[in-house]
Design a protein around this ligand. Structure first.
Ligand SMILES: Nc1nc2c(c(=O)[nH]1)N[C@H]1C(S)=C(S)[C@@H](COP(=O)(O)O)O[C@H]1N2
Ligand SMILES: [Mo]
Length: 305
């Protein structure tokens, strides 16, 4: 699954993290009647953790989304997320850390150099895509915040802003969306604090301005538009487990041998593949078993699903 780390990145033009809102730029340009500028590119180095698989198209990645704050259908986030204001943005880092507080986004992004990581992304609904993310290991941020000895888990929270997130005005989910990782999962080098894709700032529907991507777990663990990160001693609440504990567990490791109660997890539909293309066999830990299986040694992953 590794590829040549010397392969050029999608973008290597901009010397620092640029954080321009593509939509605002294009909107402004249209208002002035001039050609829309090309979106700012984020300079990112390629990663040895990337897969060799060919990425899905930008249109597929930004047009087929789960982001329930913006609606239940896959097309709703692309349609409705444009109104979300992601500037200014800050992340509250708290709990068992040495340096708690409200961290401005720019400061968070200064933590470590940008990497491009091409990961296969597997949703619990049994489809997958290959996505060229931009980010850096979450571990770098947690180390900067100073994790204290009592911390065992990391809890994450998404923005709560019903004025801009129509899904939050509807019943069903106890907003805001929350997720969590065990500390060793959060510190794992594969766990990516993500702020771009295809060399540009994340589009809103993909979780702008900041999300995590945990490639060996089902997609719902990869929480979007993060405003709060807390280091805690106990396993934190997670939105899907709370909603449907029989179907969604805390661990949610991709596991072809453990079916969802209502469908098989043995195979996956590759988004964008023609209808004659067979489904893909789902791999344990989504193909990242060599790197992560060891941290679950001694656990029964049928019980801890
Ligand atoms: N805040 C928030 N984060 C979320 C979700 C959501 O509804 N709200 N959906 C999750 C699910 S189920 C999936 S599959 C992925 C989808 O990410 P993508 O749209 O960037 O592919 O986001 C995850 N993160
Ligand atoms: Mo998902």
């Amino acid at each position: 699954m590794r590829k040549d780390p010397a392969r050029p990145s999608w973008a290597d033009v901009t010397p620092k993290h640029l954080f321009l809102n593509r939509r605002a730029l294009i909107g402004g340009a249209l208002a002035l009647g001039v050609a829309a500028p090309v979106a700012a590119k984020i300079a990112a180095r390629p990663s040895p953790y990337s897969t060799d698989a060919a990425p899905n198209s930008y249109e597929q990645i930004t047009g087929y989304n789960n982001y329930y704050e913006f609606g239940w259908d896959k097309g709703d986030p692309a349609q409705n997320a444009g109104r979300l204001k992601t500037d200014p943005w800050s992340v509250e880092i708290g709990g068992l850390v040495d340096r708690p507080g409200s961290w401005p986004l720019d400061d968070v992004l200064r933590t470590a150099p940008a990497e491009e990581r091409i990961y296969r992304f597997r949703c619990v609904e049994a489809w997958s895509m290959v996505i060229p993310w931009i980010g850096f290991p979450l571990a770098a941020l947690l180390e900067r915040a100073g994790v204290q000895p009592g911390a065992k888990y990391v809890a994450f929270q998404t923005l709560y802003r019903p004025e801009e997130m129509p899904g939050q005005r509807a019943p069903g989910i106890d907003w805001p969306y929350v997720e969590g990782l065990r500390l060793d999962e959060a510190m794992h080098p594969l766990t990516l604090l993500t702020y771009g894709l295809y060399g540009e700032a994340l589009p809103n529907q993909n979780g702008a301005p900041l999300r995590i991507v945990v490639p060996w777990k089902y997609g719902f663990k990869s929480i979007k538009s993060i405003v709060k990160i807390s280091l805690v001693a106990e396993e934190p609440r997670t939105t899907w487990k709370e909603l449907q504990p029989r179907e969604y567990g805390f661990y949610a490791n991709v596991n072809p041998a453990v079916d969802h109660p209502r469908w098989s997890q043995a195979t996956e539909r590759v988004i964008g593949a023609g209808f004659l293309t067979p489904r893909r066999a789902t791999e344990p830990f989504n193909g990242y078993g060599d790197q992560v299986a060891g941290i679950y040694q001694g656990m029964d992953l049928r019980k801890s699903y």
